[in-house]
Design a binder for this molecule. Structure first.
Ligand code: EPU
Length: 422
């Protein structure tokens, strides 16, 4: 397990091209299972999670080939229906193959995902939706077996606008008999990207991007060529990193319409934000100002930028309050930030962040993808060299983060972990 050594105090400056969105690419890869033939997905980030999803597809019998960031998925051979625990364990988003497998084969066998570092993350809403469509489940030896000889369109009202449940149900509904209506659907841009690709493949979908999605089932899907939308969380992460260092970066290809609230909050913190042709320029001179923010499903402030924003606000002038409404355990990284001198008190889903004048380097851990990004941001603004262990978490979600930060002027290097003496 590598660790990352980051020396703080370097101003980030220059341009960075924003890669394709992880949380869209993963679902588009699963959607390829609906059609027989060769699907081409462009702008797929070269990160661990996309490689894992590639392994899931290969395990199911699909051919998977990369050419740079273009991914070719060949589903012409005979496909299986099982996703094993080794892969679901590595990446719980693997369960998103349930919907397309049910739609195409009426059966799926998927290992049940366990908990993760940001919460228990149930899949009850996915399953309730499939049940409404006529699927039946059995659980045995850690596997969920789903059978739906006839998948029937249904009226499905989600208790919470879950991203994964909306996507999984959407991918089942496009292949079901008749009409499905998903109420209280998630509205994330990644869901719109998925709906766009499904429509290109032959699906009939209305309302994606709103709280009500209507789907008319069909069984004729064609493989397509599609380009993944830019990663709004990667863009937000670079923006916050630039602000942490008193720098200024141009986020090439970032979509301002996907980042409205994030940019508003950065402006409230004192940043300048300019939308230019082909990108967004973000910079902040001096210390940030305190800002309160609340995470919510899109178009609210994304939970996937909460840790990074907390890192920035830990050096703000004044006291900020962050409220996390999406995941129950997404403040676990706070103890790591405190090791660097951050003054943060959490109570339930609120965090009170008293801005410190500076952070000091310390050995810390990356607890998950976004918590790891937050530690890097804290390290960029701290004095001395911070050692971040378990950096593999960050590699799951960020493409070439070290080299791209280095190109903007950051001082960082990777080293193999030092073995703990027996
Ligand atoms: N939930 C349930 N039951 C369900 C589904 C969700 O109770 O059946 C709860 C979860 O436990 C959680 C909340 O609803 O508390 C939100 O979960 P959601 O289903 O919306 O999230 P997800 O689909 O599991 C995706 C992203 C996450 C991102 C969330 C929220 C992917 C692969 N993952 O997860 O991304 O935080 O939406 O926007 O798309 C990341 O990229 O680092 C990451 C964690």
């Amino acid at each position: 397990m590598d660790r990352l050594l980051v020396t703080g105090g370097r101003r980030l400056e220059g341009a960075v091209r924003i890669n394709g969105a992880k949380n869209s690419a993963l679902k588009l890869m699963a959607a390829a299972l609906l059609a027989e033939g060769h699907t081409l997905i462009e702008n797929v980030p070269r990160i661990m999670d996309c490689s894992t999803m590639g392994e899931v597809l290969e395990h199911l019998g699909a051919g998977v080939g990369w050419d740079g960031t273009t991914l070719m998925i060949d589903t012409t051979g005979r496909l299986g229906i099982e996703t094993p625990y080794e892969l679901v364990r590595k990446m719980r988003a693997s369960i998103v193959v349930l919907g397309p497998l049910l739609a195409r084969f009426g059966r799926a066998r998927v290992a049940m995902p366990g908990g993760c570092n940001i919460g228990s993350r149930k899949i009850d809403l996915h399953l309730k939706g499939f049940e409404r469509m006529g699927a039946r489940f059995t659980y045995e030896h850690g596997y969920l077996e789903a059978i739906a000889p006839v998948l029937q369109g249904a009226m499905i009202s989600l208790d919470f606008p879950s991203v994964g449940a909306t996507e999984n149900i959407l991918m089942a509904a496009v292949g079901a008999r008749g009409r499905t209506i998903i109420e209280n659907a998630a509205r994330e841009p990644e869901i719109q990207d998925l709906a766009n690709v499904l429509v290109e493949m032959g699906a009939k979908i209305e309302g994606a991007g709103t709280t009500t999605i209507e789907i008319e089932g069909t069984d004729a899907f064609e493989p397509v060529r599609h380009r993944v939308i830019p990663d709004r969380i990667a863009a937000g992460t670079f923006a916050i990193a630039a602000c942490m260092t008193g720098g200024e970066v141009l986020l090439e290809d970032a979509r301002p319409d996907h980042l409205e609230l994030v940019m508003d909050k950065l402006q409230e913190a004192g940043a300048t934000v300019e939308v230019e042709d082909g990108g967004i320029r973000v910079g902040l001179a001096g210390r940030p100002l305190a800002v309160d923010f609340v995470t919510l499903p899109y178009p609210g402030f994304p939970t996937d930028l909460q840790p990074q924003m907390m890192a920035l606000l830990s050096v703000a002038r004044g006291t900020s309050i962050a409220t996390e409404n999406v995941f129950e355990s997404r403040f676990m990284f706070v103890d790591e930030l405190k090791r660097m001198g951050a003054d943060i008190r959490t109570e339930g889903h609120h965090a009170v962040i008293r801005g410190a004048e500076w952070l000091s380097s310390a050995p810390v851990r990356a607890l998950d993808i976004r918590a790891g990004a937050a530690m890097i941001i804290a390290a960029l603004g701290a004095d001395g060299t911070t050692e971040i262990s378990d950096i593999h978490h960050v590699d799951r979600g960020y493409q070439d983060l070290d080299s791209r930060l280095a190109a903007l002027g950051a001082e960082l290097r990777r080293e193999p972990a030092v073995p703990i003496p027996a």
